[in-house]
Design a protein around this ligand. Structure first.
Ligand code: LLP
Length: 413
């Protein structure tokens, strides 16, 4: 469920008509609903209320400070993957004791910053990274808390670019090497074994691989506890999918059962790292029709948002619904909605059946809250979009549109 609905033939975000935002700020602009964001966090928290659980929002999905602030206020922790994301959490006053730090390539400088900040744990992805973290811990005179990310070797049945739990993937360490690595960590004085971690992929629409992965990591967790490691946290990653077109992802309650049932009686505090499910349908990318062009082969609608603003269609052939903000009456036509970037993959939607569109009309690219702005770039020297947060009848700019001067910052001719 979300808070983008048509009222009197005009698409609104909560109580705000989208044309009002386009008028005030121009396009392309990302628009987020605070009601949807808050609701989704609550739904996930409540679904896991019967087990000690820490919900760590995956910052990479949408890293705007206002979104982070809202989640921090809602009691969320954060899943970070860089020193930059650590700084974002700090800026919004996030609780560092609820932060987990993932990623295969953390630098020692990033580790130092995160140890100093007092995060809950590092999700370590290789033996060499474990040694580096040990060095950092000893230098700082502390025991750096860690979880090993194990790769459970399950097929998450998702797009190959975002499946992470197969044995061919760069993520985690093989399940059967985990116990030996924890054993090695006993001799490393700069480390404290706090948990175990896994993440099998993103945009999961099937609970079976989740259950399979949980059963495997649950066994490892038990084996480690039996060997005397003082583990308290089992991080099950993120990945719950959303509906972009006709996918039917499990509901949050089904997902919670798929996580909890194989782990029953383990006594661990669960850590969740949801990203997409919290923010995807809480955001749209608002764009305006620039031109129309008919060729003998196709009917193109050229809009002012491109693959630099929303990369998902070009990178994953992802489908995002395109909704005219104030649909005109008349016969629908099949059109390709394309952006201004000089790449043939700059297509927001191919072969879409849409009502008549005129120059200046607004379109909302739906379900763009996750991995939209956070993956944007200034390719083609296009300033990145503005971001707006709606709350009831009001909207607030939470990131100003980039300027051309800003996008050249640091360059010397
Ligand atoms: N935890 C870890 C270790 C991750 O790698 C990810 C996402 C998450 C949590 C959050 O996953 P989520 O709940 O959002 O599925 N850019 C792609 C998605 C990349 C996901 C990367 N890792 C897309 O636009 O579909």
């Amino acid at each position: 469920m979300n808070h983008f609905e048509s009222v009197g033939g005009v698409l609104h975000c909560e109580g705000v008509p989208l044309p009002r935002i386009a008028q005030a700020l121009g396009t392309p602009t990302y628009v987020y609903s605070s009601a949807t964001l808050t609701r989704h966090l609550g739904v996930v928290q409540r679904a896991f209320a019967n087990t000690p659980t820490l919900v760590c929002y995956s910052v990479k999905a949408c890293s705007n400070l206002a979104v982070l602030k809202l989640f921090a206020k809602g009691g969320a922790g954060f899943d970070i993957v860089s020193g930059g994301e650590l700084e974002r959490v700090r800026r919004v006053g996030g609780d560092m004791r609820k932060v987990v730090f993932a990623g295969v390539g953390k630098t020692e400088a990033e580790m130092v910053a995160a140890v100093r900040a007092g995060i809950l744990m590092f999700n370590v992805e290789s033996a060499e990274e474990l040694e580096a973290l040990d060095r950092v811990g000893r230098q700082l005179g502390v025991q750096a808390p860690f979880a090993l990310r194990v790769n459970p070797d399950v097929d998450a049945r998702t797009h190959r670019y975002i499946a992470t739990g197969l044995k061919t993937s760069k993520f985690g360490v093989p399940v059967d090497e985990a116990v030996a690595l924890y054993a090695r960590s006993r001799r490393m004085k700069g480390l404290l074994a706090r948990g175990l971690d896994c993440h099998i992929g993103s945009q999961l629409t099937d609970t079976r691989p989740v259950r399979q992965a949980m059963a495997r990591v649950g066994d490892v967790y038990k084996a480690l506890r039996a060997r005397g490691f003082p583990l308290t946290h089992l991080d099950v990653g993120g990945g719950l999918g959303v509906t972009y077109t006709n996918e039917t992802p499990p509901g949050v309650a089904d997902y919670a059962r798929a996580v909890q049932e194989p782990l029953a009686g383990l006594g661990a505090t669960l850590v969740l790292e949801p990203g997409r499910v919290l923010v995807a349908n809480a955001g749209v990318l608002l764009t305006r029709v620039l031109y129309r062009k008919k060729t003998p082969a196709k009917h193109f609608v050229i809009v002012d948002a491109g693959m630099n603003d929303l990369l998902r269609p070009a990178l994953y052939e992802a489908h995002h619904e395109l909704r005219p903000v104030a649909p005109r009456k008349g016969k629908k036509a099949t059109v390709d909605v394309v952006g201004p970037v000089c790449e043939s993959s700059d297509v927001l939607g191919a072969a879409r059946s849409l009502p008549p569109l005129h120059q200046g009309d607004l379109l909302a690219v739906m379900t763009a809250g996750a991995y939209g702005m956070s993956m944007s770039s200034s390719y083609n020297s296009r300033p990145r979009p503005a971001e707006v947060l709606v709350d009831g009848d009001t909207h607030r700019v939470v990131r100003t549109r980039e300027t051309v001067t800003e996008l050249m910052r640091g360059e010397t001719p």
